[in-house]
Write a protein that binds this ligand. Structure first.
Ligand SMILES: Nc1ncnc2c1ncn2[C@@H]1O[C@H](COP(=O)(O)OP(=O)(O)OP(=O)(O)O)[C@@H](O)[C@H]1O
Length: 355
């Protein structure tokens, strides 16, 4: 990936000096968030709302192209797309880290990057991996981080840090130096930093990237817990099954453009499922289905199934045709499309899971 020029990298919102600990979006001198908003998204209950949001990097790369994104309050919103589809660029614009080329972004009803000082204290963010002091323990990293927040009461600091460590399951490892942490532990420490203060919105960029299955499960469980407490969670991922497992809503990006957004269930339902016939008579079943005008018939002898596009006509008639022809039908159903099938239907291509 081409590196941005210095000007491009400069945060559009002033941030605290010194090596940033995890990107929890708190800055010194932060004002309270509820000053008069010119709030797109406020009336709609959207926590994030963008209109025609566009970013063209110097050098000409159009990374995000006319994005209209609406993230409902209370959702776990999956921002899905293959590597390079513009997710990180979008998140950096939402957090005021870079300026859009054109279009608008509202977060918590306020325009970004302009209202960053008011908005960001209410947003916990974990972007591109947590930046930690390796020579400090997990606890000391958090204490230091908390101390950089001028709104944080020093008298309750230890308790706050203790609660955050507990929340992410790092209490036992709190005294270890951060450089000895596994990737999963570092990621959890980053989350703990983002959770030192109650947040209305949590923005996580590929939070399970590089984690082992256990680490992934832990992060997912945490995300579910946070959501159940009312925090809106916006998380980017290139993993379809991750989105299916934790998200209520999803937006699908490809090549900088939004392909679709909405409730996960609606997206999967919008894609046509597959007819699945389970039978020991695979070849005969496939032949009869074709004779009946069913499209995209795929026999799988090894699995004892024939799959096909869902028939346009009556399902019962098709089943009857198979039985009449002597096919031993052991299962006959149209299976709900997975998000992956929905994605393939949208893009006409497979999802690049490996990135
Ligand atoms: N600073 C930059 N300067 C120039 N081009 C960039 C810059 N950052 C990203 N890009 C390009 O913009 C496009 C979108 O990248 P972006 O990182 O936003 O995608 P992504 O979906 O987050 O992918 P990844 O998961 O790999 O980060 C890519 O083609 C990328 O090469």
């Amino acid at each position: 990936m081409e590196e941005p020029s210095a000007a491009e990298e400069r945060p559009a919102v002033p941030r605290e000096a010194g090596p940033a600990v995890p990107t929890a979006a708190t800055g010194p001198g932060a004002a309270p968030a509820h000053d008069a908003g010119d709030g797109e998204g406020e009336e709609t209950g959207a926590v994030i709302a963008t209109r025609a949001l566009t970013k063209r990097y110097r050098g000409g790369q159009l990374a995000v192209d006319g994005l209209d994104l609406t993230v409902p309050a209370g959702s776990v919103f999956g921002f899905l797309g293959p590597n390079g589809s513009g997710k990180t660029t979008t998140i950096r614009m939402l957090m005021g880290l870079i300026e859009p080329t054109s279009g608008t972004a509202h977060v918590l009803g306020r325009p970004m990057p302009r209202a960053g000082r008011a908005v960001l204290p209410h947003v916990g963010a974990l972007i591109e991996g947590p930046a930690l002091y390796g020579f400090l323990s997990g606890r000391d990293n958090l204490l230091r981080y908390d101390a950089a927040d001028p709104t944080a009461d020093p008298r309750t600091r230890r308790a706050r840090v203790g609660a955050a460590l507990d929340r992410v399951g790092l209490t036992a490892a709190a005294g270890k130096k951060a450089r000895a942490y596994s990737l999963g532990m570092k990621q959890r420490l980053g989350l703990a930093a983002a959770l030192l203060q109650p947040r209305r919105l949590l923005v996580l960029d590929e939070p399970t990237n590089g984690l082992d299955p256990q680490g992934m499960r832990e992060i997912r469980t945490l995300v579910r817990e946070l959501a159940s407490e009312g925090t809106t969670v916006f998380l980017s991922s290139h993993l379809l099954d991750e989105i299916e497992q934790v998200c209520t809503h999803v937006a699908v990006m490809a090549g900088g453009r939004l392909l679709t957004q909405g409730p996960v269930a609606a997206l999967a339902a919008g894609a046509r499922g597959r007819l699945v016939v389970t039978t020991p008579d695979v070849a005969d079943a496939a032949r009869i289905l074709k004779e009946q005008g069913v499209d995209d018939v795929v026999p799988a002898e090894d699995r004892g199934t024939v799959t096909a596009a869902p028939p346009k006509g009556e399902l019962a008639e098709l089943n009857a045709a198979l039985v009449t022809a002597g096919v031993r039908v052991r299962g006959f159903a149209v299976e709900r499309a997975s998000l992956e099938e929905a994605f393939v239907a949208l893009t006409g291509e497979g999802f690049d899971v490996a990135g």
